[in-house]
Design a protein around this ligand. Structure first.
Ligand SMILES: C[S@@+](CC[C@H](N)C(=O)[O-])C[C@H]1O[C@@H](n2cnc3c(N)ncnc32)[C@H](O)[C@@H]1O
Length: 314
């Protein structure tokens, strides 16, 4: 974890008080801390840095890094590496998804946060237009891979063909990315370890439906985003799942008359300032649908329409 990331961090258990974390370094290579600890002087919380990965999770979600299923499973790594870098490895089935999302980034003097960054593609793209970029995710396998790409300056993975049969895929990085200005940590979208108004851009792509409390996630976006000169890039397929979040917390599709039947319409109302989440509200600068694919095996694909809104604060 780069030292400049540590300078931005607060304790995820002491968010209201915005208590800064103290960095103790055990081993480092130049500005990259390989082994160390982040310490909260208020609650005495300790957050490890192991093999370069900072784990800044609240107690409630800390167990997720021990799981070897879900987003930590090897088949997910193959699926998301393909999804994020299919265009760069010149796969004939590649989508334009990340090009579409990234086309809307604006040059900024400030920093960007990519919430639920997975293996990092959007964070790398954000580095072209922002001073610094932090990608966060609860999957340690994804964050490990994203940091490996940073350090090796190469994209390298085993693509699952069928069962245990894999094929290697490799390619060099896009020359426009500024790798020195990007880093990745394990953190929770529902307890972002950053002070209020830290970022000029926040991206939350395909994560709203994946968190147990979608509205809390949006309040966290608003807390860390600047009040002026700020952009929120939001995209989601709204494929709510009871295994992830209880239906009463969904922002659409649950018969709750407080919300619109379709999620994108509820999001438009949220962007406009309804429900008191986004203060100040956003002007919608761009919107649309992105065709996004996840490739599980040679014969198993998920085709997803992710609906996006890009909101600006003047
Ligand atoms: C559907 S994937 C989308 C990944 C990426 N944004 C993209 O569009 O390719 C959802 C991501 O959110 C992450 N995630 C799920 N719950 C999270 C949470 N509470 N905090 C941070 N990341 C989370 C998952 O590990 C996964 O990488």
């Amino acid at each position: 974890m780069k030292k400049w990331v540590a300078d931005k961090l607060i304790c995820p258990e002491c968010i209201e008080e915005q208590v800064r974390l103290e960095l103790k370094i055990m081993e480092n290579i130049s500005d990259d801390v390989l082994e160390g600890e982040l310490y909260c002087s208020s609650c005495s919380g300790r957050y490890p840095i192991r093999e370069g990965i900072g784990i800044v999770l609240p107690k409630k979600t800390r167990g997720v890094i021990m799981e070897d299923r879900g987003y930590n499973a090897p088949n997910m790594l193959s699926a998301y590496m393909w999804s994020h870098f299919c265009d760069l490895i010149n796969d004939p089935q590649a989508t334009e998804a990340y090009r579409v999302w990234s086309a809307n980034f604006q040059e900024s003097e400030g920093d960007a946060l990519d919430i639920g960054c997975a293996v990092g593609r959007l964070s790398f793209d954000l580095s072209k237009s922002h001073k610094r970029v932090i990608g966060i995710d609860t999957s340690i396998a994804f964050i490990r891979k994203a940091r490996e790409i940073l350090n090796r300056k190469q994209i390298d993975f085993d693509l699952i063909v069928e069962g245990h049969i894999t094929e290697p895929r490799t390619c060099n990085l896009n020359g426009n990315w500024d790798l020195g200005s990007v880093d990745f940590i394990v953190a929770d979208a529902l307890a972002l370890p950053f002070p209020e108004h830290s970022f000029t851009t926040v991206a939350a792509i395909n994560i709203l439906e994946k968190v147990p409390d979608p509205m809390k996630h949006l309040f966290e976006v608003d807390r860390v985003l600047k009040e002026n000169d700020a952009t929120f890039l939001f995209s989601d397929p709204f494929s709510w799942d009871e295994a992830v979040s209880p239906p009463e917390l969904w922002l659409s599709g649950n018969g709750n008359e407080q919300y619109s039947p379709r999620g994108i319409d509820t999001m438009r109302r949220l962007f406009a300032g309804e429900y008191g989440v986004f203060k100040p509200p956003f002007r919608i600068r761009a919107d649309g649908n992105v065709s996004w694919k996840i490739r599980k095996t040679a014969n198993l694909w998920e085709y997803i329409t992710s609906q996006y809104l890009i909101g600006s604060r003047a």
